[in-house]
Design a protein around this ligand. Sequence first.
Ligand code: ARG
Length: 452
Amino acid sequence: MRHFFLTVPVLASCLTVALLAAPQPDAVETKVLPLVVIKAARLVDPVTGRVLANQAVVIEGDRVKAVVAAADLTKIVPAGASARVIDLGAATLLPGLIDCHTHVTGQPENFYEDLFRRSPIDEAVTAHLYARRTVEAGFTTIRNVGAGNYIDFALKRAIDTGKIAGPRMLASGPALGATGGHTDLSGMSPYIRFEGDIGGVADGVDAIRKKIRENIKYGADVIKFMATAGVLSEEESVGAPQYSFEEMKAVVDEAAMWSRKVAAHAHGAEGIKRAIRAGVASVEHASFIDDEGIALAKEHGTWLVMDIYNDDYIMAEYARLGYPQKILDKEKLVGRTQRENFAKAVKAGAKIAYGTDSGVYPHGWNGKQFFHMVKWGMTPMQAIQSATVNAADLLGWADKVGRLAPGHYADLIAVRGDPLADVTVLEHVAFVMKGGRVVKNSLTTEPSDRID
Ligand code: ARG
């Protein structure tokens, strides 16, 4: 508190000293940032859908400066100029991957224990582990669509200020939804309350608008709401709508006032169409989408984010995790149909962005969905595009991520082998750079720039 007693002349002389000591503007402008060069045998360009041989990515600070044929490198980095060169040899380079549907703050261990023995503080202290696993899996950007108690906002701040390792995040905060719906806790005694819990229950236009304003006040970059019932919640049939059209419209209008896009969780055909007509940016899950819904999505330019890996994990593990039979039965209704409808949507040329619902399965396994996307109708290049250029477009970050181009963040990954021949190599990402810093490197002896 000492500075309260400084007199004005003392303050003025401090300021003069500070100004004299400050670097001159010219010196700042001409400061040369150290260059980093990443070389590899192949580079996948999702913008053109082509694979280029022997490329070099030149990075200055946290951005890409140029992508050139390795033979032309001296045009960008003159011989003699100092640069850190990382030669990844026979590996394949790609832009950092993007998962448009994550729940990075937690993952289930046991249905009842998670509910009754853990508090939001438990979730908050472990979230950083999942963020690290996600970025180390090659997902350098995520759109996190649903987290209670604003834990996602705190996680994002810690990542963005360089305190912990993790992906770039768009965060929604608590997902909005109706009383008794997918965002609420159903099936319990009416006497159970979780004191102080900050969730997303909001009924009616006014409450919805207020909840959105609150979410944005504390840090929401995107708005998520439940247009229909869900699988991993004990309310009624999985596809039933849970907001009226007016309520969905209110979500989209209010979000638009704050320049936020809206993601709608929707399994059932009616709820999907309602959400598309209300103007959402993306429909999540889209399990029972019908032909009319696919046509509407195309007409409105709505993205479909279909989590078609999940079923494998839920069917294999959720009985062991103590999930109620009702929930397992709901998954049986959704699993295969969602995959068949994914194939239909691909065939029809609907816009599809990569989103996995990570947190339903262990974080870091985000790449496992590529296999299913290819099995159900995409080419490997389309699947890669869904997780790079297309995902960036949905996020509104096309000028920042999803491609390796000058001015974009230096977010890039490398895999051993050729992902176009075998897309499952993306399950084992060997090198990750985010914002010009090496997060993971199992390809060379070059040390990584880890934050710990
Ligand atoms: N979060 C989603 C829900 O509870 C998960 C759905 C998982 N199943 C699937 N086949 N995608 O509704």
